[in-house]
Design a binder for this molecule. Structure first.
Ligand SMILES: *Cc1c(COP(=O)(O)O)cnc(C)c1O
Length: 455
């Protein structure tokens, strides 16, 4: 043990973090080879004697910081990776100092309360049923896992089976309906739940990747329909209202994967696209994507609080089955960190209006990309209604070379995808930090790359 004390260490962490954040505009967005090779300096045997905290932080900053991906800055457009609002990072530090275990209010009155408030605010902001239960997970993958466990419980429970007690052995088969554009993490959740990632019925999609409500299979009271609000490529939104109306009549359960785009619910001119979304049974989204909290942060909301509680409770489920049940009885984790604090901080800091502004601003940046890419000669392959742009130019090899050229420039970063069978690039504007100048600077880098590769 070294004789570290908190004060100097936290001051040192703040110093390095400040230097890091301030340097982001000039840091290569994807770390250069030299910085990545520098990580080899961490390859040492287990230290026999400990290293003092300040020296350790200096090492983290000197070797680690240059080899990070600069998604905390304004010119990272890969996957759907948000930045982190300043107040959420700071709240995360404070909550780290609290070191709370958010299993129940016996372990942390403060963190449990903040999580409940954040949950209530989310239901209000997203216009979801106020009696729904809310849980905080590591991300949308675990949020969907949690919601689909509640779905499995509810359907089988109604048929007289106690799946938590008896497992799936001998239980009626559950039918799972997904679209051809289902996200891989829904498949993973289904696999973990014993529902099988291949044993699904796939519904075709339209040109934007939306599930076709007119192509649904027969639905019944043993069916789970997985829809999405925000396609990971195009940003498109399934006709959830129409799907949910049919599903309700049949007694089926509708799940909404809104990891990317549940926030569309708050954008005034996307009201029509998200109409009826409140008729679903469960919804997930991510704090760490568009809400701009630090990792890791996912949110699950389930209409039938008792079903969620029966699936997740670590006590006799009849003790408390309402939306106010303990955090440990809403999600897979028993002990965990106070991630609701960051959700609370983000909402408290931005307010409803600030959130709408953030989402609209990101979308307008996406549209600026759309126009700029067209001007360079790209085909834009999707309708840019959310924060996502899918585009292509030249041959697949040229496109790969353009991406590599842009990456090497350090100016911005975006990933490849395949959209409707064609190689494309995919740009997601998810960060509070991105400005018009960032978009223009990135477009200039793309234009230069296109000039170098295609002419
Ligand atoms: C990112 C994403 C997920 C998974 O979310 P994690 O937070 O990475 O677990 C699920 N669905 C969609 C549509 C996503 O974009």
């Amino acid at each position: 043990m070294t004789d570290d004390t908190y004060g100097p260490l936290l001051a040192r962490a703040a110093l390095h973090a400040g230097t890091y954040i301030d340097g982001l505009p000039e840091q290569a967005v994807f770390p250069p080879r030299t910085a990545r090779d520098g990580l080899a300096a961490f390859d040492v045997p287990v230290p026999e004697q400990g290293l003092a905290g300040v020296a350790l932080l200096d090492q983290l900053h000197a070797i680690g910081s240059p080899a990070t991906v600069a998604n905390a800055g304004g010119r990272y457009f890969g996957f759907v990776i948000g930045g982190a609002l300043p107040v959420t990072v700071a709240a995360n530090w404070l909550a780290g100092a609290w070191d709370q275990c958010v299993s129940s209010d016996v372990n942390s009155p403060a963190a449990t309360k903040l999580e409940q408030i954040a949950g209530a605010w989310l239901k209000d902001l997203l216009h979801l049923p106020q009696n729904s239960a809310v849980g905080m997970t590591t991300g949308a993958t675990m949020a969907s896992f949690t919601a689909l466990a509640a779905a499995r419980n509810a359907l089988l429970n109604r048929l007289g089976y106690d799946v938590e007690a008896d497992g799936l052995f001998g239980a009626p088969q559950i039918k799972v309906v997904v679209s051809d554009e289902v996200h891989v993490t829904i498949e993973k959740a289904l696999a973990m739940l014993g529902l099988g990632k291949k044993r699904v019925i796939r519904v075709p999609v339209d040109s934007q990747g939306r599930m076709r409500a007119d192509n649904l299979p027969h639905l019944d009271d043993r069916t789970i329909v997985c829809t999405q609000c925000g396609n990971v490529n195009s940003g498109s939104i399934d006709p959830i209202g129409a799907i949910a109306e049919k599903a309700r009549k049949a007694g089926a359960w509708v799940h909404v994967d809104g990891a990317v785009g549940l926030w569309a619910r708050m954008v005034p001119d996307l009201q029509a696209a998200t109409a009826g979304l409140e008729l679903a049974d469960s919804w997930v989204t991510d704090g760490h994507k568009w809400l701009n909290t630090p990792y890791d942060n996912g949110i699950v909301i389930v209409r039938d609080a008792a079903a969620l509680n029966r699936a997740m409770a670590t006590m006799a489920p009849y003790l408390k089955v309402d939306a106010g049940a303990a955090p440990k009885d809403m999600v897979p984790e028993f002990s965990r960190r106070a991630r609701g604090v960051e959700v609370w901080a983000a909402i408290a800091n931005m307010g409803r209006q600030g959130m709408v502004e953030l989402f609209e601003r990101c979308r307008s940046h996406a549209r600026r990309f759309e126009a700029g890419l067209r001007d360079i000669g790209f085909d834009v392959l999707n309708e840019v209604t959310l924060n996502q742009v899918v585009a292509r130019i030249g041959t697949p090899e040229q496109l790969t070379a353009i991406r590599a050229h842009v990456e090497a420039s350090g100016e911005c970063w975006f990933g490849p995808t395949i959209w409707r069978g064609r190689d494309a690039i995919r740009i997601a504007v998810s960060s509070w930090r991105t400005t018009e100048a960032d978009v223009d600077r990135s477009l200039a880098a793309i234009r230069a790359a296109k000039g170098a590769i295609i002419g």
